[in-house]
Design a protein around this ligand. Structure first.
Ligand SMILES: NC(=O)c1ccc[n+]([C@@H]2O[C@H](COP(=O)([O-])OP(=O)(O)OC[C@H]3O[C@@H](n4cnc5c(N)ncnc54)[C@H](OP(=O)(O)O)[C@@H]3O)[C@@H](O)[C@H]2O)c1
Length: 224
């Protein structure tokens, strides 16, 4: 798969916390429990490109489990691009969980090219997942501050809705890359943000790119 230079120009490697989502026109974040029914070739291209450009990939444990994450590998061209930019060959996977209901035998953990980080708010003491991942006891803001302090300054979050709700509540989202998929999913489907309501955060449109019938949107936080 060749890197699309024009798309890379539209989605440059950007410091801060960038969130990537795809939704239906009527705001659904999943169809039959998965985001695959909303995605498209253009959305997948953005998805891969954003993974290529980040230092760490953040995901909620719900998405990690439901979407059956695979080891965070990249093809040779993307690895070369990263190395040429002075980055490590692969980004690091960071999974957020409260329950620690993660299987240490999960391929995405056991076969990860970079030892993953698991973030949880309460110290569980000894836990089998420590065999395959580092554990950080922290809340969201502390975890993001720690990642930045450790050199992961360009963060990508792939959701899901509960994690996004918590991130927006804590006002930690710097950028949203949103693909609007040409689908009406109907009532009942999960929205892209879930959790307690909080004051709205203003965002600024960077681009809107039509791609077949979908729309590739990029917003960054408006200045306070
Ligand atoms: N359309 C899209 O782009 C997109 C993207 C991602 C996901 N999805 C869809 O979203 C659905 C999953 O939704 P979800 O809300 O369960 O996903 P999620 O936000 O990825 O996962 C929720 C889980 O993440 C952990 N978590 C959330 N906030 C946390 C915090 N502040 N600190 C520590 N851990 C935290 C908890 O894990 P524990 O349960 O382990 O405690 C929580 O139950 C799936 O249907 C998936 O397909 C869609």
């Amino acid at each position: 798969m060749t890197i699309d230079e024009e798309l890379l120009r539209r989605y440059p490697r950007t410091e801060g916390l960038r969130v990537n989502f795809v939704t239906s026109l009527d705001g659904a974040a999943a169809v039959d429990g998965l985001s695959a029914g909303l995605s498209s070739a253009a959305d997948k291209q953005v998805f891969r490109l954003l993974r290529m450009t980040c230092d760490a990939l953040l995901v909620g444990a719900g998405t990690f489990r439901d979407e059956e994450y695979r080891p965070l590998t990249l093809d040779a061209e993307r690895r070369s691009w990263r190395l040429a930019c002075g980055l490590s060959a692969y980004p690091r996977l960071v999974v957020f969980t409260r329950s620690l209901a993660l299987d240490p035998g999960h391929r995405a953990l056991r076969e990860a090219p970079v030892r993953p980080l698991i973030v949880t708010p309460v110290d569980p003491g000894a836990h089998p997942v420590r065999e395959v991942a580092d554990l950080l006891v922290a809340d969201l803001a502390e975890a993001i501050a720690r990642l930045r302090a450790d050199g992961s300054t360009h963060l990508l979050c792939e959701g899901g809705p509960t994690l996004l709700g918590a991130l927006t509540s804590a006002d930690l989202v710097d950028e949203l890359c949103l693909t609007l998929s040409p689908v009406l999913a109907g009532p009942g489907a999960t929205r892209m943000s879930v959790g307690a309501s909080h004051s709205p955060r203003a965002m600024r449109l960077i681009h809107a790119i039509p791609a077949d019938q979908a729309l590739l949107l990029r917003y960054s936080r408006a200045h306070d």
